[in-house]
Write a protein that binds this ligand. Sequence first.
Ligand code: FAD
Length: 483
Amino acid sequence: MTSVARRPVPARDAGSEAYPGQRQPAAPARAGASHGPRARARAVPSKKEGGGASTRVVLAVIALGAAAVIALWWHSTPDVSGLGGWLTGAGEVLGLLAGYGVVVLVALMARLPPLERGIGTDQLARWHAMGGRYVVCVVWAHALLIVWGYAVEAHTSVTGETAALLTQYPDVLMATVGGFLLLGVGLISMRAARRRVRYETWYYLHLYTYLAIALAFSHQFADGAAFVNNLAARFWWSAMYLTVAVLIIWYRFVAPLRSFARHGFHVIGVRQEGPGIVSVYIGGSRLDELDAEPGQFFRWRFLTRSLWWSSHPYSLSAAPGKDLLRITVKDLGDHSQALARLQPGTRVIAEGPYGAFTATGSGRGVVLLAGGVGITPLRAMFATLPGPVTLIYRASSTEDVVFADELDAIAAARGATVHYVIGSRAELGGDPLSPRVLRSLAPAIDEQDVYVCGPDGMASAAITALRAAGVPKRSIHRESFEF
Ligand SMILES: Cc1cc2nc3c(=O)[nH]c(=O)nc-3n(C[C@H](O)[C@H](O)[C@H](O)COP(=O)(O)OP(=O)(O)OC[C@H]3O[C@@H](n4cnc5c(N)ncnc54)[C@H](O)[C@@H]3O)c2cc1C
């Protein structure tokens, strides 16, 4: 195992990562002030500490909303009797819950800053994916129970009742088309299917969810017993849909454009960091107003002919400065590959900052555990986290290690330790991140916060090893590069 520990040596703060092509007099001063001493002196605010509380509050609000929906059904259903009545009643309550559920699912993805920062995009995406599966099932259970209940009450067949509803009620027909769209989106989002389609294909097909919701909306008021004679319920239900629509438009479209106009993001230059890995330096004005923190990411839309139509998430690989941001990207596909060819001056829409992978401020000391390109957010945190910090950097070969000089210089300047764990398992003669190895590299690891970022397999194995090494679950923070 190659494990190099660097111990304190007074040195220049390598957090001063000015783009080499910047004007000489300006660059060092600007970057030094932005990324180095200022960042280190700043008390990193604790957003993560409240993470558990935010999660509980959000889940409680969602549950309260669901309870209110059930109360609405209860209020509008004076009497349930007979098999037909029970089936219809169950179908109605599920229909209301489905109508509420889609709004919650969309709200989770509206990129609301308090949710993004308090809970984290990856957690929100997991809730969205899990909730989506339930909502699709609830939508179809609602449709089947209603049709069955009506058929029982009218003494007709289920097929006859289905045909009657689809031919005599245009709103029901539209909602059925919406239901099929939701089912389609659900199917392509299943893990097995998603692996087979390009991310962009999946993403754009996913947008049919909005069409599905629009198609299903009117049948709720036209045919839903809870709304037909209840103006107040219609008002509040519409307000809920409208609020989420406004939030989506604001945070996904208006806010990024406002930020683009205000900060004037543009590419300053691109630097090769290693084989297939480049850093992109992005300039702009008043970037400190973004309130971005090391560990966070932005969604970047580079306004070139081939890249403008999609935005991709990349973490900051250096602490954000007043007029300079840096990302570091490994070429894994079309987008990441194209970044090496970006020209200085290219305009950029940067949406963010996002993510709750930030300092907890617990003061217990920190271990950063990076795998491959997962070093990027940890590199930014390494320069800025207060207190004792140990960085463990796992890479399969020396060529895959980026920022070695910067990391060594930061370690020296702040008295931190960096361990490079390099080589394949076979070369290293065993598990390079076993509990025993982790404890030997960071003896106080079980009392410290541990931040993990790397390929999913490596990160999951590392978390298992951390738990075995005695690190409590609440002290382990993970950033995933996959939503
Ligand atoms: C929070 C976060 C932070 C990240 N930070 C970094 C970083 O600092 N450095 C780095 O090299 N990579 C980072 N990534 C990964 C990076 O976003 C993807 O590698 C990149 O988007 C791949 O796009 P592509 O077209 O080059 O490759 P593709 O072959 O199109 O995609 C490869 C995989 O990347 C993911 N992906 C593709 N497009 C998107 C998108 N628009 N949004 C979300 N995921 C997408 C999908 O899982 C896909 O399977 C990060 C990802 C996330 C979620």
